[in-house]
Write a protein of this length. Sequence first.
Length: 324
Amino acid sequence: MCVASGAGDLDSPLNVQFPANTQTFTRGKKKAICIGINYRGIQPKERELEGCINDANNIAEFLIHQFGFQRQNVLKLTDDTADPYLFPTKANIISAMNWLVRDAQPDDSLFFHFSGHGGQVEDLEGEEVDGYDEVIYPVDFESCGHIVDDVWTIHDLMVRPLPPGCRLTALFDCSHSGTAMDLPYVYTSRGKTKEPSRWVDADAGRSTMRGDMKGMLKGFGNMFKSETRLQKKAARYAKKTRGSPADIVAWAACKDFEQSDDVVDDGKAIGAITYAFVEALRQQPRQSYQELLNNIRDLIHDKCDQKPQLTCSHPIDPSTIFII
């Protein structure tokens, strides 16, 4: 568990003072989903989480107060609710995703936030170079299964339906979330894209987790070699099938092979990237995508062993001012 300071009193959602200049750039409608799952009662008990409901509450208030979202257009799914339609089951999450993108138009601004368990499963379609699909786990995953990142799930539900000029911002506060939205362009802290090398990076990371030093060294060594035919093919496939004319940006808590952590303030837990995302924009509401990525990483660098990621549906100018 990591320790942070200054994250605010989490007894009430995000008890911080927001700047007066609330962002209202979008001319279309604004809609958001905020999902927080603590998995109370799951066995073994160690799999329960502490800060995910706090995350959903905090992000919802942040969007309302700083970005001009109307409360009635911010849908929260948490596993402390008594409302069966807002309990974060697989069916309810998929229904919420459909609601988010339904009748989307140019100039609309959509926001998707998930805080809970993330993971990886074997890629049965052979479309991932590293052999794994990234997944998120609803509260009923033991009986109904996970929600996967690629075909007919997260990508098809929320990326494919969006028209040009519509903006979707996603924030994944879960483990193994680097490419959870399955977007083809991954950006570095220097504002460069790194499509193929992320797979080698992931292979090296998995070798580290297995204690396979030879595999780790081989993985990192390959980073300095020319791209393999498979990597080039995967990059072309991703750009061809996973891009979108809509403006879709996903912020992830960590790389695909990494675990994500909570930070703790005053005895209250909150996800590391949720904390950093809110705190960075609270401190400096106007900043570029590249600046925001670096500021998010800086805020958790000394607190957690994870590296937040930025992926996009099409190439962007990272010096562009970030808006929701």
